[in-house]
Structures are given as C-alpha cells and as structure tokens.
Design a protein around this ligand. Sequence first.
Ligand SMILES: [Zn+2]
Length: 336
Amino acid sequence: MTHPPLHSLVSSPERQRAARRWPALLAGSALAMGLAGSAHALTFTVTFGTQGGVISEANKDVITNALSFYSSTFTDPINVALEFHNDTAVYGQSSFSYYAPSYSDFRDKLLVDATSTNDAIALTKSVQVGALAPVGSSSTIGLKTANARAIGLNLAPATTGGKCFTGMFDGCIGLNFDVFGSNAITTAVAQHEINEVLGLGSGLPKSTSLPWVGDLFRWQSVGVRSFSTNPGVPNTPCDAGTPAAYFSIDGGTTLLNQFNNCTNGGDYGDWISHNPSQVQDAFGSGGAMTRGGTETVALDVIGYTLAAAVPEPDSWALMLTGLGATAWAARRRQRG
Ligand SMILES: [Zn+2]
C-alpha cells in the first residue's frame, strides 16, 4: 500500500503536556534484538530516544527483558521498529499508525496466517467471512502497521512525531522512568504499551465508524456484539457500564476478560481493573505478560503466531533427571 496511514495517534490514560524540543544532535541509539539461533522469531529494532533525557543502562535492560517475552512467544518473521523515551508527564503512552484495508482482504490474510486452535475458533465465531466487518458494518478495518506485517500485509513503519524521536517506527513509547525506575512496574507499563503498538486496542471512543481489529472480539453477551460508548465517570472503573464489552473469541460464549468500556480516561481497548492487576488494565500498573494470559490470547487471534509450547515443568524435571543420569554414567565409565 502506498498511501499514507490514516492516523498517527497518541493513546494514553494519563495527562499529557507539550512536547519539548531537543536539538537533532541528541540522536537516539538503535539496536536490534531477537532470539539468537531461532529461525523464526518476532524481533525488534529499538531506538532509545534522548528527547526526555538519557535512558540508563538499567532501564534499557528492563525494556529489553520486557521485549524478550514476545520474541520467545511469537514466531512471526517480522521486525518491529520501536522507539522508547522517558516521559515524566505520563505513566505510559504509545503512538502508532494505522491503515484501513478492506475487511475481506484482512480476513483472507488472517485465514492464511492461522495456526492455533484459538485462531480457528476466532475465524469461525468472531471474524466471519463477509464484505463488511461483522462489527460496525464497515467495509474496512483499522489495522496497525506491525499487526499488518504479522499477517503478511506489507505496511511499513510510518513517521512518528510529537514527543517521539523523529523516525520511521511502528510505535513510539513514552515511559515514566523517573517515577517507576527499573522495576516490575516499568515492565508492566512497557508491555501494556507494546501490546497496543502490536495491535491491541479499540477504535472507540473516537472511531465509531471504523472498528479496529481488536473490536472483532468485543462482545456484550452470546451472539451480541458490543461497539458503542458510554459516558462513565472520570477515573472510575466501568465494570458496570452499559453496554458491557467482554473480550471473547468464540462469539460471546466464553468471556475471557472485560474491556474498560466507558469514557473514564482509560482506553476502551484496555481491561477493567483486576486484583492483582493485569498488564492491560486501564488503571493499575502491575502484572506481566504470560503465554496463557488473555493479552497473549488477544495477540494470537489478531494475527501473531504462537511458538510451539515448551514442555511442562514435569517434563523438564524428567529431562534433567535423564541428563543427570547420563552424566553420572559417563563419569563412572571414565573412572572405571
Ligand atoms: Zn491502554
């Protein structure tokens, strides 16, 4: 696709302030990371922007570790270009670009890309065949650049501006290192924003005529989709908001999580609050990505390909016991 993206937008539950301008001399530093030795892994090229101050090595390590989850969990042979910078005005904030390809083209690609059991369920129950998207009756669907490449639609990273270090990125992420430092909270907030750059999120409340890919899994109840706003109360979780919106891949039968479906300052595509916090909670800054978590299920069904499961802990113990026995036997042979 050669036309420019529809939107380069900022998503954040937190207040913002005017971007500060820094001389072009303060260039970011880029590095590529991925799983060495893995034939297919989702990889990242990371630029650490200096416009919010230099990011310490310890904080860079937090980001690297946060990203390693994705490289070990997903096998899409694509590289995602990300910019990270310090931003003391927010907890976390992401900017990304999205396009609006036809829904049927998107679905064709998603079908070819499908590998998991959840992919098969999703294509049958939530991402049905049709000229129009089954949510919002739109002939097009909002699709972010990284998500597009994950399913084989060649949409390149786009220019980002504003608070972002100027360059071509799939996403730009501001994190408040001053408040959180190098700890698990930074990991959770970073992964929340990474998920949004990779494709999680809702077109709501602004984009009521163009659903985003994540909105295909937004259900009120069995067979009843949810794609409308409700007023909500600022800074108050909207668990009881009307209409409710649940994350479900099987048409609302199994409700895997609940979206923050009201105008309370949080993202409509985030979860309601949980105790303990989950990564995609609109309010709260805890949790961590896991292979079985609902954020990972969501990334799977929008087009990211899960790596083969690693053996269960019991199998590992067996394998280690076996290796130990072999080593012991080898020593015995040498001595004998
Ligand atoms: Zn969010």
